[in-house]
Every structure is written in structure tokens, then in C-alpha cells.
Design a binder for this molecule. Sequence first.
Ligand code: BES
Ligand code: MN
Ligand code: MN
Length: 462
Amino acid sequence: MKSAIPYIQENKSRFIEELINLLKIPSISADSNYKGDVVKTAEVVRDSLLNAGCDKVEICETPGFPIVYGEKMINPDLPTILVYGHYDVQPPDPLDLWDSPPFEPVIKKTELHPEGAIFARGACDDKGQMYMHVKALEYMTKTDQLPCNVKFMIEGEEEVGSESLGWFVERNQEKLSNDVILISDTGMISPDVPSITTGLRGLSYVEVEITGPNRDLHSGLYGGAVANPINVLTKMIASLHDEDNHITIPGFYDNVDELSLEERAKMGEAPFSKEAYKKSIDINDTYGEKGYTTNERNSIRPTLDVNGIWGGYIGEGAKTVIASKAYAKISMRLVPNQNWEDITELFTKHFESIAPAGVSAKVTPHHGGQAYVTPIDSLGYKAAEKAYEATFGKTPIPQRSGGSIPIVALFEKELKSKTILMGFGLDSDAIHSPNEHFGIWNYLKGIETIPQFYHYFTEMSK
Ligand code: BES
Ligand code: MN
Ligand code: MN
């Protein structure tokens, strides 16, 4: 496969412009006010796949948001790569922390992106990374170099749990049959230290509700004599970790895959500066489970975090009140061999059991998914390694990520193929945060590297 650099240089401004147009549509899957925009984004993705050379593209209806499916089948005897990505984005809130509006993309230079980065919600997660695949396909078809068959499956519910995608995959195993699944929806260590993501954490996401008295009460007349749901909730939450920051839910760690000391030592060889880490997010120290390093805590260990907590009076000034209810949203990141449904049940039982007399506790599960690890001796991994060597001039490091793409474990179960996670974002790209951005260098490097993967995967499959 020839280097894509000349083609990329020639078409660079168009590639950027097309991505910017995609980023202008607020495809927020979590917010029903944006339904129309989510659907419109699917249509733009469909058109882009047709323009890039797919023979057949369709918008597949589901109980939720549509899935864009496209394919270019050149020869049934050649391998088939299935590309997955998502066109939906996270809500942009809080809006006032953005330096420019989230759906009015701007290009700005930063310390880590001297060639400029596109600032917009979805720039890195995942419109920018998904679109690298569309442009890589364009390069291969327009220059007659597509070496194998390709299928695209781009969904619009990743940020809300991929429920419809599970439904779709179960019903379309034949249509989606493939030799390897390729995803760019993760990150890499740095432009100088390319890495391939070999693991994703699972997830169990729940909402809890504590109910005390049947109405909000005067905190003077009743205070001290009835349970305050907010006091109780915070105490219950605090009790979910012990003094070593281990999670206290009985049975929580029972099935956790413990890594050997050798595996942990190998992980520890990846370049990491604790000082730079602290500085990048302005903290004066790291924090977490005793006995594990920062990189272990955020990848191979399970966690429990409150994502939001509310109740009572939060308006201006002071109001003396004991609220009737208090709420929190809690996520647990899981590791291989922990079953998310079992963990949700363990959490529910435990949480309800620690509620003191005077209140009642209710747990409502949201969504979840299993963790995923991919071996580094598979054909797909080796092809990816070669692709990075060709475009970065360096062997990439395997790295387990702390994030989750719950559908990946389901792909393996239903479609029986391995997933290769070739991410080109940086942790500092602020995905899910205000001022999300994606480096133009990263965007173009992805477009350059992906065709190499197609080439090596096809060659090595022979
Ligand atoms: N692309 C991310 C996941 C990710 C990012 C994995 C960086 C590894 C490195 C994905 O869009 C995401 O945000 N997933 C959610 C879970 C989902 C069910 C809402 C997550 O990890 O919080
Ligand atoms: Mn994503
Ligand atoms: Mn995301």
C-alpha cells in the first residue's frame, strides 16, 4: 500500500471542512430535544459513506436511533473488516465553561496540538475518529487500493448504552459477518508513543433514591428528630469505600481477574509521569485504591464513583429545609470476569440493606456492559502493530484503557470476532468535558494509518 500522505495533503482542507460540518449538528442522544438532529446526522453519515465509495448504504431503523450500515464488497474470498463508530455525542453541559460554543467548531493551536485542533463536542468522541475511517475508505477507493471487503456500522446511541445496537446485532449476524472489527473510539499515549488499546472496562450504572418524610420539612421544627435523606445518602455513599479505598460491597471483588506480578511489571514499563499527570488536571496528589499505581487504578481495577448528587434547596440564599428525597447517580467500572448484571444486583442488595430505619432506598439500574480484553498475538493486533510501525516509525505499546465501549464484548459474543481498538485521541482532548477537541495532526495520522491496517490485515490473512 502506498503512503496516503500525498492524497491527504492534497485534500486536507476538504477533510477538515467535512468534519466541521458534521460537528455542527448537535446529535445529543441523551436529550430528546435533539432527536431531529441525531437523525439528520445519520443521514449525513450515510451520504459520506456513499461519496467515499460504499456500494450499498442504508439507514437501518431500530427501536431507538437509526444505525448507518454501509459496505463495499469486492471479493468474497478476501477478508472483511467491520468498522464500528458512533455519530451521537454527549450533552455539552455545562455550557458556560466552553470557550467557544460546542456546536460551532473552531480551530485553535494548543501546547499539545501545535498544528491546531478542532474544538467542538464530538470532535474526538467520536465523530472525528469515526470520520477518519470514512476518509481512509475514500483514499483507498479513489486510488484503487482497497485490498479487502469492508462494512461500516455507525450507531447513534453509544453515549446512552447502545441498547438498539445490541438489538440490531442479534438480528443481523449474517449481514455483519466479518474477520475483524476495527474501532477508533479510544486514545493513544502520545504522538511520540503510539499505543493500541487492548482493554476496556465494563460498566454498571445505577441511580439511587432515598426517601424520608412524605414532604419537605421545616429543619427547625423537625430537624434532629427525623432522618434527613441527604445526610443519610451521603453517609451511605461514604461507606461504600473503606479507609484503603477498597469497595465494601460484599462479593464485589469475587470474580475480579487479578493480573500477575509479571503482567503488572510489564504494564509499569509504559512511559508515565505522575508529575505531568497531576499538572495536567491541577491536582496536588493522586488518590485511589491502596496497593495499586495510578495506571493500574484507572485500567485494571474496578471502581465506584458518584457522577451526580442532588436534593434539597440549591437556589440563592438560605432556606431551612429537610428535603423529602435525595438522589445520586453512581457508576461502577468493572474489569474482566466481573458480570455487570451480577454487580448491579450486589450493589442493589447492599445499598438497600444499609439504609437505616427512617428512610427507604430505591435503586434503579440504567445500563451496563462487560469489560473487554483483546490478545496481542491475534492477526488483527499484529496487523495494527505493523500499520503503526509504517506510519509512526515505532512499535505501538499495548495499553488497557479505563473507559468503556460496552458493545465490544457483545460483538465478540454474537459475531465471534476480535476487536482492534486503534484510537488516535489524547487523554487531554477533554472528551465528555467542556472544550473537547481533536488534533488535526491526529485526525490526519489516523487517515494515514487506517489503510495500512487494511493492507497488513489482508496480507497476513493469506
Ligand atoms: N469513546 C468512549 C469510551 C472511551 C474513551 C474508551 C477513551 C477508552 C478511551 C465512549 O464514547 C464512552 O464515553 N463510553 C462511556 C460508556 C457509555 C455506556 C456511556 C464511558 O466510558 O463512560
Ligand atoms: Mn466514544
Ligand atoms: Mn463517549
